[in-house]
Design a protein around this ligand. Sequence first.
Ligand SMILES: [Cu+2]
Length: 248
Amino acid sequence: MKLLILIFSICISLTSFAKSYNLSIRDKTVSFSGEGKKAMAVNDSIPGPTLTFIEGDIAEINVTNNMEVETSVHWHGLILPNFQDGVPYLTTPPIMPGKTFTYRFPLTHSGTYWYHSHTGLQEQRGVYGSIIIKPKKQKLKYDRDLVLVLSDWTDEDPNEILRTLKRGSDWYSIKKKTAVSISDAIANGALGGLLGLWKMRMPGIDISDVYYDAFLINGKKEIQYPEFFLDGLFLEEINKLEIAQQWF
Ligand SMILES: [Cu+2]
């Protein structure tokens, strides 16, 4: 009986299909705000390519670092062996300049996910993309799939942004014209609330604190899909949070 089980499990692993992708991360100049700025891209694209699999596939992803700094890729939300998780110095070694690392893991579940660099603030510079794992058996009825990655872009160096946020400065609120002055707070009977925020060392009344130069849909400020006519819509959301102080 034991032998039978062993043979059966070998058969299952032989029938798993390995689907490979080659990803190359390199520097790129973008001009989302009209000014040329340094970015980082996967296969020369921001967002990087959508990786599509079927539940049960083996994902085999060769990531080549064509930059002068180290990098990594984290498969956000996927259930996988710890070593494949792509968090440098914690689960997986970083990918050094000029080197290729092959991530290989079974896809045990379906869903809509995303990947991103887990090194410094490279994700904010463009190293991210989506992952679609289709279920073995199609549960929903639809004609076509359209993946939309909504993201934001800032011309400012993300490290500078982090420094400004840590200082608790109101600079971005002023830039976005959402800063609250004491006179405004008094006029609106909200001085107590403002003082409460100050007591907690919270800057401005603003959930997303950073000023962005552009908001992107699949890497474009504007995009149209005339081939899609909607008579029904199923939305699955991948939550891609950028640098922002959250107060929940
Ligand atoms: Cu993540």
